[in-house]
Each structure stands twice: as structure tokens, then as C-alpha cells.
Design a protein around this ligand. Structure first.
Ligand SMILES: Nc1ncnc2c1ncn2[C@@H]1O[C@H](COP(=O)(O)OP(=O)(O)OP(=O)(O)O)[C@@H](O)[C@H]1O
Length: 258
């Protein structure tokens, strides 16, 4: 698996003309990596992920997965959004099976995969529950299982824990890190939460304020086995200060005018 964006630009037509949102984004994600993109609000993070997902098209530039140009959504890329996107009238198991049905997988294989991925996210006992019977964190675990069940080459996550309370968020971060280690899934995640990015990833792309461009690539040299206590370590704090300073510096220089 090799994902790459090459000289990626995106602008939107607005009343006043063209709004440039992303400028010359060059990034890559390799098999098994956990990479985060952080940036201030409005720096174009969601736009970037939507382009990679194929939900929108770049103004110019190129996105490739294993050398093939992205021209739309595909099973090679799974997406997890901030808001719960489960179908409320379907059980947990039916939600996880949804994409597999679309792929026309035989029933026996569907059942096997649903059972396996519910186990992976620790929700086997909730297979028959409806989404409204689950907490926010559990619903996000179902959404993750639903994406993983399609066995994408890469999981794209758009602020997946942004709507959760602080405690649930911490639990989910530990859960996701553990899942990543156990399954070897490749993950590209966007977040505005700098600590979350450092805690989870191996590499971070820091965007400038709008129009977003890559300001710096930060390699996170923390042990792969991380628990929450790592946040108290000096190295963690150094990364946090470095990235926070970058974000502050740029937003002071380039105020976002709406
Ligand atoms: N379809 C669209 N038409 C016009 N402008 C858009 C469109 N989509 C996004 N934008 C603008 O692009 C800019 C970047 O939006 P985007 O949602 O990608 O930022 P973000 O970094 O994800 O922000 P946040 O962290 O607040 O979610 C914003 O100014 C937004 O108003």
C-alpha cells in the first residue's frame, strides 16, 4: 500500500471569487503506518480527506493509491466520519454487513466477517442491538468495524472522536492504537487535537492556516506501546510545544478572513 498526493490544490467557487483551501499538498502514507494531519480550524483538513476518499475532486494535482489515480470512492479506502453515520433502523451486525452486501459477498462470508470485526472492536455481545442502545464511543467502534469489514487498504478517519466527551475520547484513542497494532491497518487521520495526533501516530503533517499547505512533517519517536501516561513524558511535551508553536505562528501571520 502506498498512498500519495502530488501537488494537490483545491479551491471552491464562492460569491467573492475563488477560495483557495489547499495549496500544493504533497504527502504519502505507507503500508501499516498511522499518519495524522493536524491544522487549525478551516485549514482544509476535511477537504483533504474528502479528496483522498474520492468524495470530491482536486482543482489540480493527483492522488494515487498503489500508483493508480483516485477518481472516486472505492473499496480500497474506508472512511470513518466524526458524526455517527450508522443506519438507526439496522442492528449493529446489519450495519457492519452493509458494505459487504453492496459488494455482493456470499452470505456465509458476510457473517464470518461481521463476527470477526465485531470481535475486533469488542462488540460481539451487541450484534443485535440498535445503534441508539449504544454509547457514542460504542457507535464509533461499530463505524470502525463497518469500514474494516470491507478490508480497505487504508482507513481514512475524519476527527473520529471529535464528538465524544473527554474520558470516552481517551478510551477510544487507546482502543484505536491497540486495534492498529493488532491488525496492522494503515491509517490516515485528521484532527485538530495535537495531543491526540502525537499519542496515536508515527508521523504528523502540520498544515498552515488556510490555504492549507504542509508546513512541517514531524516524526514521532515514541515507543509503539503507548498508554496515557506517556503524555506526561518530556519528549511528548516537546512534540506538543513544537507543533503548537507552528500552529500559533502561522495563524498569527495569516489571519483567516471570513
Ligand atoms: N463546498 C465548499 N464550498 C465552499 N467552501 C468550502 C466548501 N467546503 C469547504 N469550504 C471552505 O474550505 C475551508 C476549509 O474547510 P475544511 O472543512 O476542509 O476545514 P477543516 O480544517 O476541516 O476545518 P475544521 O477543523 O473546522 O473542521 C473553509 O473555509 C470552508 O468554509
Amino acid at each position: 500500500m502506498h498512498l500519495e498526493t502530488i501537488h494537490l490544490y483545491k479551491s471552491f467557487a464562492v460569491r467573492q471569487g475563488q477560495l483557495s483551501v489547499l495549496e500544493d499538498i504533497n504527502l504519502h502514507v505507507e503500508a501499516g503506518e498511522f499518519v495524522c494531519v493536524v491544522g487549525a480550524s478551516g485549514s482544509g483538513k476535511s477537504t483533504l480527506l474528502r479528496l483522498v476518499a474520492g468524495l470530491d475532486t482536486p482543482t489540480s494535482g493527483l492522488i494515487t493509491v498503489d500508483g493508480l489515480r483516485v477518481i472516486g470512492p472505492g473499496n480500497d479506502r474506508g472512511m470513518v466520519f466524526q458524526r455517527y453515520t450508522l443506519y438507526p433502523w439496522m442492528t449493529v451486525a446489519e450495519n457492519v454487513a452493509f458494505g459487504l452486501k453492496l459488494q455482493k459477498l456470499p452470505k456465509s462470508e458476510r457473517q464470518q466477517r461481521v463476527a470477526y470485526y465485531l470481535e475486533v472492536v469488542g462488540l460481539t455481545n451487541f450484534a443485535r442491538a440498535l445503534p441508539r442502545e449504544l454509547s457514542g464511543g460504542m457507535q464509533q467502534r461499530v463505524a470502525i468495524a463497518r469500514s474494516l469489514a470491507c478490508q480497505p487498504k487504508i482507513l481514512l478517519m475524519d476527527e473520529p472522536f471529535g464528538a465524544l466527551d473527554v474520558q470516552t475520547k481517551e478510551t477510544m484513542q487507546e482502543f484505536l492504537l491497540d486495534l492498529w497494532r493488532r491488525t496492522g491497518t494503515t491509517i490516515l487521520m485528521i484532527t485538530h487535537d495535537v495531543e491526540e495526533a502525537i499519542f496515536l501516530s508515527q508521523r504528523i503533517y502540520v498544515l498552515t492556516a488556510r490555504p492549507g499547505s504542509v508546513q512541517r512533517e514531524v516524526f514521532i519517536n515514541l515507543p509503539a506501546e503507548r498508554t496515557y501516561t506517556i503524555k506526561r513524558q518530556a519528549l511528548f511535551q516537546d512534540y506538543r510545544d513544537e507543533i503548537m508553536d507552528l500552529l500559533r505562528e502561522k495563524s498569527a501571520l495569516d489571519p483567516v478572513i471570513d
